[in-house]
Design a protein around this ligand. Sequence first.
Ligand code: ADP
Ligand code: MG
Length: 231
Amino acid sequence: TERLLQKSEKLALLGQMAAGIAHEIRNPLTSIKGFVQLFKDQNQQKEYYDIVLSELDRINAIVGEFLVLAKPSAAVYSEQDVKELIRDVVTLFNNQSLLNNVQIFVEFDRDLPMISCEQNQLKQVLLNLLKNAIEAMPMGGIVEIRAMAKEDGKISIQVTDQGMGIPEDRIPTLGEPFYTTKEKGTGLGLMTSYKIIESHNGELVISSKVNEGTTIEIILPALTQEYIKST
Ligand code: ADP
Ligand code: MG
């Protein structure tokens, strides 16, 4: 019965998410349809093109974030170096951080153990967190990424920003699909991140102070010597 319950809960969540997606995708589609209708009548308004393009971007972002979750069967776990994963993702933000007046500092423990992870999924989580950190500082600032070994055989990766912070009563809402405070947000980044970290037997911990900043911590099991020898 435990299994059945889990399955029906999963199905309920899936149905809820499907309804949410349908709703979220219908909004930009309705808007695009209206503007395309206008193109038919008059063809010179540049701003209409901009609206259509940004709505298309929005659909693309929603579908893209869901695709990350929709392919669990393709997940391949391998031994990875957290430092390399972080460096790869930070490189992707070179342009965006420059444009937003954001500096990214990275700090690693000297002897970081390896982890077992689905490389692309973990990069996706780091990407989501870094993106949120930059977006939390519209005037610019510093993002710090720290990776350290914890005593209990775990690894901690912390992403800290100096942004607007999150009110305490909002923190429990953060894993919910489509919760966003951004005009162009999808509200899917953190939900996807929670799911991915959960499937890695890890934890995502959020601490934040309004107007001071936010730290999001990823805790993952480290690969122990015993584990490596046995595989
Ligand atoms: P999105 O970024 O598309 O809004 P997310 O799931 O990534 O969706 O984040 C959901 C919400 O959580 C954001 O809209 C924002 O309100 C809040 N949030 C997430 N990360 C941060 C952060 N580093 N600082 C402040 N608020 C944040
Ligand atoms: Mg986000």
